[in-house]
Design a protein around this ligand. Structure first.
Ligand code: GLP
Length: 264
């Protein structure tokens, strides 16, 4: 696991966006895993800027999103489908037919989930999966207690998540209690995981995820099982990490090495 502690949210967003842009430049037909929530908004803004100002090309990119609320149609302003077009896809040149967001309104959720998994396989698997972190340590909508081998399925949201996400709805009662979510096992199959975490309210969940035991009680702790994961955290989110000096030391040496290579 690589942990990059950033001084500001802007810095974090720029660094995370660069990692994605580097992949898209190296592999124009990359398969990107999208995430919702407020954490990746800055990184999406930066990708939009790179597309508009630097010509970053998404025309061959395919995307798969992590999750969607059950019962919300794609044009519902609080649906994750709507969010992704509003915050990213509507502003870059990814072909809409290459975009996949789970459906929250399919007639047969089980069949839909099996098909979604199949579509990911047929696309060659996800190259880089963007992740946020729930305050209860969840990734996607894999709430505490989700199997670390879970696949895309119908899930029930935890009270904490409903409370956290109520801010996007008129009232708490409007937050759907079910969702379709990629499983932890599905997420672990992505070739690279990229997590963005900011704010004080994530500090304890991030410490549990990166430095606690691997457990279904904090599904983000599954990152420890992945051979290629990178976490961009701001100072507040990183404030409870025991190994923060070490993470900073690794990044300092990496930057020094890079500047030596550039001098040559
Ligand atoms: C929701 C999403 C998660 C996201 C989390 C954190 O629960 N399903 O994928 O990581 O929110 O959201 P935020 O970044 O707004 O804190």
């Amino acid at each position: 696991m690589e942990v990059v502690i950033c001084s500001t949210y802007e810095d974090l967003s720029k660094k995370a966006a660069k990692a994605i842009a580097d992949l898209v430049r190296a592999k124009p037909n990359a398969v990107l895993g999208g995430a919702t929530g407020s954490s990746p908004v800055g990184l999406y803004k930066e990708l939009i800027r790179m597309h508009k100002e630097e010509g970053l090309d998404f025309s061959k990119v395919t995307t798969f999103n992590l999750d969607e609320y059950v019962s919300l149609a794609p044009d519902h302003p609080q649906s994750y489908h709507y969010f992704m077009f509003d915050q990213l896809f509507g502003h870059i040149n990814v072909p809409p037919e290459n975009v996949h967001v789970p459906s929250g309104i399919s007639e047969d959720h089980e069949a839909f989930c099996a098909r979604y998994e199949q579509q990911i396989k047929e696309a060659g698997g996800i190259d880089i999966q963007i992740l946020g972190l729930g305050s209860d340590g969840h990734i996607a909508f894999n709430e505490p207690g989700s199997s670390l081998a879970s696949r895309t399925r119908l899930v029930t949201l935890a009270e904490q998540t409903i409370e956290d996400n109520a801010r996007f709805f008129d009232k708490k009662e409007d937050v759907p209690v079910h969702a379709i979510s990629m499983g932890v096992g599905t997420i672990l199959e992505a070739r690279k995981l990229l997590m963005v975490v900011n704010g004080k309210n994530k500090a304890s969940a991030l410490a549990d995820a990166l430095e606690g035991p691997v457990t279904c009680i904090c599904t983000a702790s599954a990152l420890q099982l992945h051979p290629d994961s990178i976490v961009f955290a701001d100072e507040e989110a990183a404030s409870q990490l025991k190994m923060r000096d070490y993470y900073n030391w690794v990044q300092k040496l990496k930057a020094e090495q890079l500047s030596k290579v550039c001098e040559r």
